[in-house]
Unconditional design. Structure first.
Length: 239
């Protein structure tokens, strides 16, 4: 499957695979947060756009549009000529739109999910989420953030992932069917979970800040192969 990326000017934000590292995860004891495979896997399951300069904004509350205190535009030089473009655009009540400089096209039947990068946080702001049918959407995207604090400067640091996106097949979710079971009707599974839970609890007491590792190895507490081994995070193509 090919996704077409169209530059709308000479120097749009960098697109790359979403990064694994998070400052708050680095700050946990012995970087313990990285031992959680599902958490780390979510961090890298898509692409991010990188903010090219620091942006500082403030929302005065009520029915006002946020003010950009710094970083609203940036200047590029192309063939010796300078031109200026918007980095962030005051949008509607409490919301800012970051310009991406890109438009995209997916094959028919595929849409693009955009939001904030998983497990990445900005003090005083939350990302909005949208699903875009990009196979017919001709315009440049904007990435919207809602300011959540009043009368307080909010900083979007240079280099942060200001937008995250994934491509998905539109029919996939509508084809999902659920089958409901009762755990108590699966006594063998209840017994397996009980045994594993007891070993896990004991390990947490005897070896604090360690993980059993079964989610990575696919092995249960007896060393039996009950699931697939994790072979590492996927490597995604980047433009």
């Amino acid at each position: 499957m090919k996704v077409v990326l169209r530059k709308n000017h000479q120097n749009p934000p960098e697109i790359r695979q979403s990064r694994l590292k998070r400052d708050w995860m680095d700050g946990t004891y012995n970087k313990h947060a990285y031992k959680c495979l599902p958490l780390g896997a979510a961090n890298v399951q898509g692409w991010e756009m990188v903010l090219q300069q620091e942006v500082v904004v403030q929302w005065d509350g009520g029915n006002t549009v946020p003010r950009v205190l710094s970083g609203e535009t940036m200047t590029h030089t192309v063939n010796g000529q300078e031109y200026e473009r918007a980095v962030v655009i005051p949008s509607i009540i409490g919301i800012l739109s970051f310009a991406t400089g890109w438009s995209m096209g997916t094959p028919p039947g595929y849409s693009t999910w955009i939001s904030g990068s998983p497990n990445y946080f900005v003090d005083g702001a939350v990302p909005l989420t949208a699903s875009i049918p990009t196979h017919w959407w001709p315009d440049e995207w904007n990435m919207n953030w809602k300011i959540t604090v009043e009368n307080t400067p909010v900083t979007f640091p240079k280099g942060m992932p200001f937008m995250f996106f994934q491509v998905y097949e539109e029919s996939l979710l509508s084809e999902v069917e659920f089958e409901v079971e009762h755990l108590w009707d699966r006594p063998e599974l209840m017994e397996e979970r009980q045994e594993y839970g007891e070993v896990k609890f004991k390990n947490n007491q005897e070896n604090p800040w360690t993980w059993m590792g079964s989610i990575r190895t696919g092995l249960n507490e007896k060393g039996e192969q009950i699931g697939p081994k994790h072979d590492g995070h996927p490597k995604l193509d980047v433009p």
